[in-house]
Design a protein around this ligand. Structure first.
Ligand code: ASP
Ligand code: MG
Length: 419
C-alpha cells in the first residue's frame, strides 16, 4: 500500500485534476489518495468563518456561493458526462454549510472554524473521486472523519493514534484498490469535525501510512523536490535527492520549509520513506526522506530567516546568568509567544534571536525590564548553513554587520544586520 498526497495547488483546476489522474493511473499498488482543498478554498472558507464571527451573515453566504460556483465550474471543465449526481453532492455540501451559517449553532471560535473550513476537503475529494471513477479508475471515497480520530482541541486537534489505526484498518481493508480521502480533517469520538492545523494534509498522509504500515508516502508538489536553499534568494540551488528523517528534522528546526517534523515523526517510527515529487513532471526523480543518511552531508543547505528579533539580557546587579534565570526567561518567552531560533550566553548576558508578534514585543520588554537590563534589535537576519564546506563568509552576509556567529561541527549560523 502507498499513500499519495496532493496539495491545493496540484488540484487547483481541471487541468491539474486531469494530471492527477494521469499520475495515479500509473500506480500498480494499492493506494490511498489524500487530497487538500482546491486552490485557495481554505483561505476562502476562513473568510466565511471570519464573516460569521463578525455577524456578517450576508457576506458569509455570498462567499459560500462563490466557493460553490468555483467547484461547479471545475466539474464543468472536467467535462464529466451525466454529472447530475456530482453537482447534487456539491450543492448538498454547500447547502449544509449555509444551514450552519443560518442556524445559530454556537460554540467557541475554534469549534466554528472546524465546522466551516473542513468543507474544502470534502468538496475537493468528492469531485476527484467521482472524476477518477468516471475515468474508470475505480476508487472508494472515504470520510476522513471516520478514519482520523482526534481530541477536541479544535483547529489543532491531536490524534488518537490507536483509535485512528483501528478505524483506518477497519475501513481501508482491501475492499478497493484505490481510496480517496481528505487531508487536514478528522473527528472526535462523538463525530464532531476537527482539523489538524493549517497545512495539515501532509500529516494526514503520515497518519494513514503509519496505520497501514504503508510502503511509501509521496507528496506531489509544484517543485522538483527539496532544495538546499530558497531559489528566490540564492542564485544557485541544488536538489537534496536523499536525506534521512533526522536530517529533515534538523533542517526544519533551522527554519527550512521542508516537511514539518509532525509529519516526519510517525514515518520515521515505522521507517516509511517519504518522497517529494513534481506533479508537473512525474518522470523527475524527486527527493526521498528515509532512514538512509548516507548523503546527508553531501550538500550544504542555506536557511535564511529575515526580520528576527535579537534580544540581549543582563542581570541588573551584574551577577552571573544562572540556570534559574534561564528557566525564568524561557517561561516568559513562552508566555509572550517568542519563538527562539538561536541562543547564546556568556557569564553576564544571555542572547536570543527569534520571532515575536509585534504587539507582544513591548509587553515582553516591559516585563523583562523589571528584573533585567534588556537591549534589543528588531530587524536582524539569521542565516544557518548546515554542512558548511568552508568558513568563507557567504555572499548574503558580506558587507553586513555580524552580531553573532556560531559554529558547530555541522552548522554555522550568522545573526547580522545592515550597517
Ligand atoms: N487545506 C488545508 C490548508 O490549506 C490543509 C492543507 O492544504 O494541507 O491549510
Ligand atoms: Mg491547502
Amino acid at each position: 500500500m502507498k499513500v499519495y498526497k496532493f496539495g491545493g495547488a496540484s488540484v487547483k483546476n481541471a487541468d491539474a485534476i486531469e494530471n492527477l489522474f494521469s499520475i495515479v493511473q500509473k500506480e500498480k499498488s494499492e493506494l490511498i489518495i489524500v487530497v487538500s482543498a482546491m486552490d485557495k478554498t481554505t483561505n476562502n472558507l476562513e473568510l466565511v468563518w471570519e464573516y460569521q464571527l463578525n455577524g456578517n451573515k450576508d457576506k458569509a453566504l455570498e462567499k459560500i456561493a462563490e466557493i460553490n460556483t468555483f467547484h461547479i465550474s471545475i466539474v464543468n471543465d472536467l467535462r464529466i458526462e451525466n454529472n447530475g449526481h456530482l453537482i447534487q453532492q456539491i450543492n448538498s455540501f454547500t447547502e449544509k454549510l449555509k444551514d450552519y451559517i443560518n442556524s445559530s449553532i454556537s460554540g467557541n471560535k475554534a469549534f466554528c472554524y472546524d465546522q466551516i473550513v473542513s468543507y474544502g476537503e470534502l468538496l475537493s475529494t468528492t469531485i476527484i473521486s467521482h472524476y477518477l471513477n468516471y475515468k474508470k479508475l475505480d476508487n472508494l471515497w472515504v470520510d476522513a472523519r471516520e478514519l482520523i480520530k482526534t481530541t477536541n482541541h479544535h483547529q489543532e486537534a491531536r490524534v488518537n493514534w490507536e483509535k485512528s489505526k483501528k478505524q483506518i484498518n477497519k475501513l481501508i481493508n482491501g475492499n478497493s484498490k484505490t481510496y480517496v480521502t481528505q487531508g487536514f480533517i478528522g473527528a472526535t469520538d462523538d463525530g464532531i469535525t476537527t482539523t489538524l492545523g493549517r497545512e495539515g494534509s501532509d500529516y494526514s498522509a503520515a497518519i494513514l501510512a503509519w496505520s497501514k504500515e504503508a510502503e511509501e508516502v509521496i507528496i506531489w508538489k509544484d517543485v522538483s523536490g527539496l532544495l538546499n536553499a530558497d531559489p528566490k534568494l540564492f542564485k544557485e540551488t541544488e536538489q537534496l535527492f536523499k536525506i534521512s528523517f533526522k536530517e529533515a528534522i534538523e533542517l526544519s528546526y533551522l527554519g527550512a520549509s521542508v516537511i514539518h517534523p509532525k509529519t516526519i515523526k510517525p514515518l520515521q517510527n515505522k521507517g516509511i520513506p517519504l518522497s517529494i515529487r513534481s506533479f508537473l513532471n512525474d518522470s523527475q526523480k524527486g527527493s526521498v526522506i528515509s532512514n538512509n543518511g548516507e548523503n546527508d552531508r553531501d550538500i550544504p543547505s542555506f536557511i535564511f530567516k529575515p526580520n528576527q528579533l535579537l534580544l540581549s539580557i543582563t542581570t541588573k546587579d551584574f551577577s552571573f546568568i544562572f540556570e534559574d534565570h534561564i528557566s525564568d526567561l524561557f517561561q516568559l518567552f513562552a508566555s509572550y509567544g517568542l519563538k527562539v531560533h538561536l541562543m547564546q550566553n556568556s557569564a553576564l548576558s544571555f542572547s536570543v534571536c527569534g520571532i515575536i508578534k509585534a504587539a507582544m514585543l513591548n509587553q515582553l520588554i516591559e516585563k523583562l525590564s523589571e528584573n533585567y537590563i534588556v537591549r534589543y534589535n528588531e530587524r536582524v537576519d539569521l542565516l544557518s548553513i548546515r554542512h558548511y564546506k568552508n568558513f568563507d563568509l557567504p555572499e548574503i552576509v558580506k558587507n553586513q554587520e555580524v552580531l553573532i556567529q556560531q559554529r558547530s561541527r555541522s552548522t554555522i549560523r550568522y545573526v547580522f544586520k545592515k550597517y
